[in-house]
Design a protein around this ligand. Structure first.
Ligand code: NYM
Ligand code: MG
Length: 207
């Protein structure tokens, strides 16, 4: 048996319109151009999965959900992908997530849910090797065409989420100044990627 290096779990977090989806895709495309099949891109919510479909209908205002039910649906949607993430990483494939549990926690805290309650449902999911925190100034976000049309994309909610996300920062977080050009940001992301230490085993989210 050949021992191969494991893949890494990289999470892109930030507000709507911070450019994180664009950059998550660029990183995945870059890695696959270097070595086909070496990275997969996973967006959360993953709207094609059963819980993701419920979330999608909520965001498009087709159905209503209570705040706690919505929170659990977002978390369940991550559990729908947990085994896939662990399998890829074990196979040496990098998993690049466009949002993860930090969006889940920040949005629910912004709505006033209890912190201990909110954190429970993600405990045990794989812990990212690095969280790229996209920081964009409100002016630049506005120039990019407002936050968006779906539920949760109002400026008031976004400001509260920004504050909560700031409080979630931990030692595996790296700030990315997302006001720069797409090319500059892409280079900054690649630099952070190249510095990830993949010698230690993947861990899980704890309390
Ligand atoms: N969102 C996303 C949450 O409220 N909780 C979560 O756990 C996740 C992953 O979904 N406004 C919110 C943030 C977004 C919305 O995400 C849809 P996107 O990246 O626009 O598809
Ligand atoms: Mg959006």
């Amino acid at each position: 048996m050949t021992s191969q290096r494991r893949g890494v779990l990289i999470v892109f977090e930030g507000l709507d319109r911070s450019g994180k989806s664009t950059q998550a895709k660029r990183l995945a495309d870059f890695l696959n151009s270097q070595n086909e099949g070496s990275a997969v891109l996973q967006a959360f919510p993953e709207r094609s999965e059963p819980f993701g479909q419920v979330i999608d209908r909520y965001l498009r205002r087709e159905i209503d959900l209570s705040e706690r039910a919505l929170h659990l649906a977002f978390s369940a949607n991550r559990w729908e992908k947990e085994q896939m993430i662990r399998d890829k990483i074990e196979q040496g494939i990098d998993v690049i997530c466009d949002r993860y549990c930090y969006s889940g926690v920040a949005y629910s805290l912004a709505k006033g849910l209890d912190e201990n309650w909110v954190r429970q449902s993600d405990i045990g999911l794989p812990r990212p090797d690095v969280v790229l925190f996209f920081e964009v100034s409100p002016e630049v976000a506005r120039q990019r065409g407002g936050f968006g049309e779906e539920r949760l994309e109002t400026e008031t909610i976004q400001q509260k989420v920004a504050k909560k996300m700031e409080e979630l920062r931990a030692d595996n977080w790296k700030s990315v100044n997302a006001d720069g050009s797409y090319d500059d940001v892409e280079l900054a992301v690649r630099k952070i990627y190249s510095e990830i230490d993949r010698t230690a085993p993947l861990t899980s989210l704890e309390k």
